[in-house]
Design a protein around this ligand. Structure first.
Ligand code: SF4
Ligand code: SF4
Length: 189
């Protein structure tokens, strides 16, 4: 069956995704390139290609798994998956939609609180200091925040006090990083 002929189950998450962000889950043929390139895939309950697979089933139980997963909150909108996907599937936009949906249905993963708090405090800190840091630092911190017991707002303070390793060189593509920050910031409000 061609993709255009596929009838999407009206109550499914796939249907909402197609209507709202024009991403067709059925286009994914499970090559796995998105997951291989995703910097946070190893921390996710389901890496991006697996999220696509679950969506394709259009089964309520699988939709539920996605909305309750930490995957959608860990996504940093880096667009690595999108740039690698042979089908140009816009996973970052889809993740954004899934976060909204998860919130509105009150299915937010318990780890998300830390991740969201981190987004807010870290991004505010960057605005406050006027400095931009290597994306890797954010990713490292995000990984740690999954097992976090202390207050996440400590991290920006540690950074401003210079206690975390700061990369001497600014990222080369400042425009790209700024875009990531903007998107991450928007999606964590
Ligand atoms: S945009 Fe999200 S899902 Fe895609 S590679 Fe980046 S972190 Fe992973
Ligand atoms: S890269 Fe694209 S086609 Fe390949 S698994 Fe990921 S979403 Fe599917």
């Amino acid at each position: 069956m061609s993709h255009s002929e596929h009838h999407i189950e009206r109550n499914s998450l796939s249907y909402g995704i197609e209507k709202n962000v024009e991403v067709l889950a059925q286009k994914c043929y499970q090559c796995g390139k998105c997951s291989a390139g995703c910097p946070v895939a190893d921390q996710m309950d389901f890496p991006p290609s697996m999220v696509m697979r679950l969506l394709q089933t259009e089964i309520p139980a699988n939709d539920e798994k996605i909305l309750r997963s930490n995957s959608i909150w860990l996504c940093v909108t880096c667009e690595m998956c999108l740039s690698r996907c042979p089908m140009e599937i816009d996973i970052p936009s889809m993740m954004d939609y899934l976060r909204q949906k998860s919130r509105s249905e009150k299915k937010v993963n318990k780890q998300a609180k830390n991740i969201i708090a981190f987004h807010k405090s870290f991004l505010n800190s960057i605005r406050w200091t006027g400095r931009l840091f290597e994306l890797g630092l954010i990713l490292d911190y995000k990984r740690q925040s999954l097992n976090l017991t202390q207050d996440v707002t400590l991290a920006p303070k540690m950074i401003t006090r210079g206690k975390l390793h700061l990369f001497p060189n600014m990222v080369k593509d400042m425009g790209h990083l700024a875009r990531i920050f903007r998107k991450t910031s928007n999606s964590s409000k």
